[in-house]
Design a protein. Sequence first.
Length: 476
Amino acid sequence: MKKTSVLFFAAVFAIMPATAQQTPEIFQYRSTPVGVSVLPELQQNGHVHTLIGATPGILKKYAPDGIIPSAVNAFLIYRYGQLTLIDAGFGRKLFERLQSLGFTADDVSVVLLTHLHGDHIGGLLRDGKAAFPNATVYLSKQEYDYWTNDEAMNKLPEDRRGNFENARKTLAAYEEKVFTFEPAEINAEAQREVIPGIYGIAAFGHTPGHTMYKIALGTEEFLVWADLTHATAIQLPHPEVAVTYDLHPEQAVATRKEVLAYAAKNALPVAGSHIAFPSAGWVFENKQGGYVFQPALTPEAVKKTVNEQLQKYAGTRLQDIYKNFFQDYFGPGHIIPDAAAAKKYLQEELDACTETAGVAVEPAGSEGNFYRVNLSVVKEKKIPFNLFLDAFIESANDVIAPPPAVWTAQWNHIIRIIDNLQLDIPDYEADKERLNNLLAEGKYVVHHSDTYEEQHKPHYRIISKSVFEKKLRKRL
Ligand SMILES: [Zn+2]
């Protein structure tokens, strides 16, 4: 018994990801003892001519330049010392990515395949041999049956059988170490656990056996949805749009709608094989129709934002940091009951503030969807009162705010990154708990801390980036 546990811990330490060597192109969601790393093979622009069912109106709104940001990713899952790869990309950068995390191909003990297209299985072979000599390979029975079916292959002209030949050659290299399973429906009560803590979910349509994987990460779950989207910027607001390389486009559309509804309802963190960097985040329903994707912030972005805020604003507490990130997603929405009240508040604040310190304009959070615009610009008459007020109100109407559950998940992700920075901020732990309690109650608005108020006398309004650039920038 004792011997086993020693071995177990030895294995855990041997296989800890080397976060210090992490290259910025790898996105990590959590780390030890459980975590997901997105290993990008490439970032690219997809073209709108591959879309089925995108109207001119959709294209004009979501792909005005005719291009769609996209990527090719593999995923590395570590769970209590075991290294599992989900897909293998083309194999162009995969091994370099593994190496930068401190691993070799020999360390991978399981490969889970979502489907057998070349951009997902290319990395399984190296010089024609199994690139992961110690790995067992799992895929859905439906996917295996399709690509090994001669009848399906012979339906195609000879020059279009490459995918079949490639799939067969790749599976053959792993021979008796290939296992199949039947994935469960996403809403099924009985789940299909493929290996401990990782579940196979049917997402048929893109290919006959296309499979997603849900991973248990401590108290939460994470969904690798593979090729559920190829043009995320279009297929989230319009899940009915398919792509020409879906083998069954109608089924792919039905699957996409079902999975998006599930992911949104459960505020599930997701990652996709073809979502542009960082390729992971959350989806939520847009009340106007369709869905919105909110990318998870990268550790690099969070670190930069927090360090800049601490440098600029002595007296910053955790709640000021929270507020900064919060404003990036919620804009000014929550503080405007109506236009008349907004006008009254603005006038009162202008009358009351005798000193306006600090910079005129600065972005909120890491993404800079919204700017903090100092009331000094009105005091100093650079921007007329009414223009400023209009910009503020227009900004409030410009917000597609995430539901509290998605914001809470993003904040939990942000705070894990901030924890790792080990900052010396007074009352950090107590403030962290207070914020957690607030979020648990479904509330999420906080004021600046007293120390911040005293030292910086913040007097600003939150204005959306697009409104600011369009209406105010030229006057400053
Ligand atoms: Zn693909």
